[in-house]
Design a protein around this ligand. Structure first.
Ligand SMILES: Cc1ncc(COP(=O)(O)O)c(C=O)c1O
Length: 429
C-alpha cells in the first residue's frame, strides 16, 4: 500500500497529515499561499464560485488554501463537518456567538471563563443588544434555569481557564437540547487530542489556536468548528438566520441549501466576509507546524505538570493546589470521564501569605516567563487577578472561582528539575 492510499484516522496521524493533499509540485510542507485573490477562469466560473456552487477560492478575506488545510485538519481532529479559522481565539468566541444571535436575544454561560471572554459577554455583547446570562455555577441545572424563548446558545469552556473546572458536557448539552438550543464549547485548554466535545453532544466547538495548538508562543489564531448535528431547520422561529433568505448573501437559505453544515457556511459568508477577522496564511502555516508536534508536547507537559503539582502540594509555603489529576480535586471524576488520564498541564496554587505572597512569587521566578499565554513549550506563570481578570471586581472573581492569590502555571517542556528549582527559589524568596 503506498503512503497516499493510507487512511489517516488516528489523532496523532491526523495532526501531522490531515487535510493536505500535495499538488503536482509534491511539496511535503503545506505551501504558504501568500496571495489576496485567485484568478477566475471566466465570468461563469467566477459566478459559480461566488454562488458556492463550485468549490474554490476567490478572495482571501473569505478563504485561502493554506488556511483551508488548517480548517480541514482541525475539523477532522474534532470530528466536525466544517470550520472557519479566524485571526484569534477572541475572534472565534465572537464569531461563534454572533453567528446565531441578534437584537433582543440572549446566551447562557457558565461563570468560569477566560477573562476577555467574560468581559466580552458582560460588557460588549449587551451593547449589541445581546444579553449574556451568567449561571450561578457550571451545572446543567443552574444553566437550564436561565434558558428562555430568546436563548440562542449555551456557552462554556470544557475546562475553564484559569478556574480549572470541568463542565459535564453531556448533561449541559442535554439541558440545552431540551429547549432547542445549541451548546458552544471552548475546547482550548483540553485540546482536541484529549477531549472531543462533539462526541458528548456539543454542537459548536471553538479554540484559541494561540495556546497548545500553536504551542510556541509565536502566533495568534482561532477556529470555529461546526458539529453538523444541530437541527436548525426544526427551530425556524429561534434561528431565522438559517431558515430565511440571507440578506447579506444573495438570499441563500443556509439550512435548505447547505443542510449538512449551515452554521459553518453562514459563519464564513456572513461573519468572515463582512466582519473580516481573517487568519493570515503565514499564521495558518505556523499553527500547522505547531499542530504536528502537539501530541508529543502534551505528553511531556502533562508529565511535568503532575510532578510540579505533587511538589507544590508537599510544600508548607503553599496553601492549596488545584490539579485535575489529584483524587481530591472536586472535578477529578468529571476529568476522568472526559479526559481519561490526560490531565492538562495547567496547575494553579495559592502561596501561603495570600495576595502579596502571590505577587512576590510572580516577581521572583527566573525560568518561568511572566506572561498571560498558556500551552507554550516554555513554562509560563500568570497571576490572573491582576492581569487577565483584572477587570473583574471581587464578587465576579469569586463567582468565576479565581481567588485573588491564585498563581497559574502553564508547565512547559524544560527539564523537570530546572522547573522545580525555579519554583523553590521563588517560594523561598
Ligand atoms: C479558553 C480561552 N479562550 C479564548 C481565548 C482567547 O484567545 P486569543 O488570545 O487567541 O484571542 C483564550 C486566551 O487565553 C483562552 O484561554
Amino acid at each position: 500500500m503506498s503512503a497516499s492510499t493510507l487512511i489517516v484516522v488516528r489523532d496523532e496521524t491526523i495532526a501531522v497529515h490531515g487535510g493536505y493533499t500535495p499538488d503536482s509540485t509534491r511539496a511535503v510542507a503545506v505551501p504558504i499561499y501568500q496571495t489576496v485573490a485567485h484568478d477566475f477562469v471566466d465570468a461563469a466560473h467566477a459566478g459559480a464560485v461566488f454562488d458556492l456552487e463550485t468549490p474554490g477560492f476567490h478572495y482571501n478575506r473569505i478563504n485561502n488554501p493554506t488556511v483551508d488545510v488548517l480548517e480541514r485538519r482541525m475539523t477532522s481532529l474534532e470530528q466536525g463537518v466544517g470550520a472557519v479559522a479566524v485571526s484569534s481565539g477572541a475572534a472565534a468566541v465572537r464569531l461563534s456567538v454572533r453567528n446565531l444571535t441578534g437584537l433582543g436575544s440572549n446566551i447562557v454561560t457558565t461563570p468560569q471563563l477566560y477573562g476577555a471572554t467574560y468581559t466580552y459577554f458582560a460588557a460588549v455583547l449587551p451593547s449589541e443588544g445581546v444579553e449574556a446570562r451568567f449561571a450561578a455555577d457550571d451545572t446543567a441545572e443552574a444553566i437550564e434555569a436561565l434558558i428562555d424563548d430568546n436563548t440562542k446558545a449555551v456557552f462554556c469552556e470544557s475546562i475553564g481557564n484559569p478556574a480549572g473546572n470541568v463542565v459535564d458536557i453531556e448533561a449541559v448539552a442535554d439541558a440545552a437540547h431540551r429547549h432547542g438550543v445549541p451548546l458552544i464549547v471552548d475546547n482550548t485548554v483540553a485540546t482536541p487530542l484529549c477531549l472531543k466535545p462533539f462526541v458528548h453532544g456539543a454542537d459548536i466547538v471553538i479554540h484559541s489556536l494561540t495556546k497548545f495548538v500553536g504551542g510556541h508562543g509565536t502566533t495568534l489564531g482561532g477556529i470555529v468548528i461546526d458539529g453538523g448535528r444541530f437541527p436548525w431547520a426544526e427551530h425556524p422561529e429561534r434561528f431565522p438566520m438559517f431558515s430565511r433568505p440571507e440578506p447579506a448573501f444573495h438570499g441563500v437559505v443556509y439550512a435548505r441549501d447547505f443542510p449538512d453544515r449551515p452554521y459553518a457556511v453562514r459563519a464564513r459568508t456572513v461573519g468572515l466576509r463582512n466582519e473580516g477577522a481573517t487568519l493570515a496564511p503565514l499564521n495558518a502555516f505556523l499553527l500547522l507546524q505547531g499542530l504536528e508536534s502537539l501530541s508529543v508536547r502534551l505528553e511531556r507537559q502533562q508529565h511535568n505538570a503532575r510532578l510540579v503539582a505533587e511538589h507544590l502540594a508537599a510544600q508548607s509555603r503553599v496553601s492549596w493546589v488545584r490539579y485535575l489529576g489529584f483524587d481530591d480535586n472536586p472535578y477529578h471524576l468529571l476529568a476522568r470521564k472526559y479526559l481519561g488520564d490526560r490531565f492538562p498541564s495547567i496547575v494553579t496554587f495559592g502561596p501561603a501569605g495570600g495576595y502579596d505572597a502571590a505577587i512576590h512569587f510572580f516577581d521572583s521566578v527566573k525560568l518561568f516567563k511572566r506572561l498571560v499565554n498558556m500551552g507554550d513549550a516554555k513554562s509560563l506563570v500568570a497571576h490572573p487577578a491582576s492581569t487577565t481578570h483584572r477587570q473583574l471586581d471581587e464578587a465576579a472573581l469569586a463567582k468565576a472561582d479565581i481567588p485573588p492569590e491564585m498563581i497559574r502555571l502553564s508547565v512547559g517542556l524544560e527539564h523537570i528539575d530546572d522547573i522545580i528549582e525555579d519554583i523553590d527559589q521563588a517560594l523561598d524568596a
